[in-house]
Design a protein around this ligand. Structure first.
Ligand SMILES: [Zn+2]
Length: 253
């Protein structure tokens, strides 16, 4: 099937779908100019950071506890690159679909908050959100627009302990509540499952697609490359996320 015919077929099913799960990764935010953790690692000429650690070590849970100033330095660099990013057509179409009346759940690996910014209301942020800060000791938490006014590493205004973003660093476990939310979404029985802009290397990102495929639920992958879930997807559209979602939206109208 050529791309236009695939888009026609996917749009036809999407128009009738009551519940849709979108699984998204860095590729969906690439059209907003955003790097990933590893992409930010790629900003460095050398394999190691100035401190002699890999970027994965610098952005790890153990490093945050031992040398918070190092982890915060790189968190702040990531934050600077994505501070002014805005949702692109892919985020917007997913939010528009919800406004159109479809029960949409987004399960994202991205920490940029762009799905919420676009207006999606049911968003499971499995790796957390960069601008959501919380104290490592007490219950203090705050949502910020920028890290530019923070003194790094930031201290809690209530108890003076270390404040950190609510993101999953390397070596940390996934948030239980978000995993349970995903299971509830799968239990509800989506009519379609989309995998967009993710390399699907993590099992918790690939498994919902494999599960849907076994259940006979329509699966759609939007990714210029081939991934571990590609052989299981009913439809694989090898184009960028923003262009593909816009093309689907045009067919829905
Ligand atoms: Zn505190």
């Amino acid at each position: 099937m050529d791309t236009a015919a695939t888009l026609d077929a996917v749009a036809e099913e999407l128009a009738e779908a009551r519940r849709v799960l979108f699984i998204t990764g860095a590729g969906i935010s690439a059209d907003s100019g955003l790097p990933t953790y590893r992409g930010v690692g790629g900003l460095y000429e050398e394999d190691l950071t100035a401190e002699g650690f890999s970027i994965e070590e610098a952005l790890s849970g153990p490093m945050l506890h031992q040398h918070p100033q190092i982890t915060w330095k790189y968190l702040a660099q990531i934050e600077r690159t994505c501070r002014d990013a805005r949702p692109n057509r892919a985020h917007q179409v997913i939010a528009d679909l919800e406004r159109r009346g479809t029960a949409v759940t987004v399960f994202t690996q991205n920490i940029d908050g762009l799905h919420r910014q676009a207006g999606s209301s049911d968003v499971i942020e499995i790796h957390g959100r960069l601008h959501h800060l919380h104290c490592t000791r007490c219950s203090y938490e705050v949502e910020v627009d920028s890290f530019s006014d923070l003194e790094l590493p930031p201290a809690c205004p209530r108890c003076n302990a270390l404040v950190r973003p609510r993101v999953v660093l390397f070596g940390e476990s996934l948030p239980q509540m978000e995993m349970e939310q995903l299971l509830r979404t799968l239990d509800a029985g989506p009519d379609m499952v989309f995998s967009i802009g993710t390399s699907s290397l993590f099992p918790y990102v690939a498994e919902p697609v494999l599960w849907a495929s076994e259940q006979g639920i329509t699966t759609v992958e939007i990714n210029p490359g081939t991934t571990p879930v590609s052989p299981f997807a009913d439809h694989h559209i090898t184009q960028g996320a923003a262009a593909t979602l816009e093309a689907l939206w045009q067919r829905l109208r």
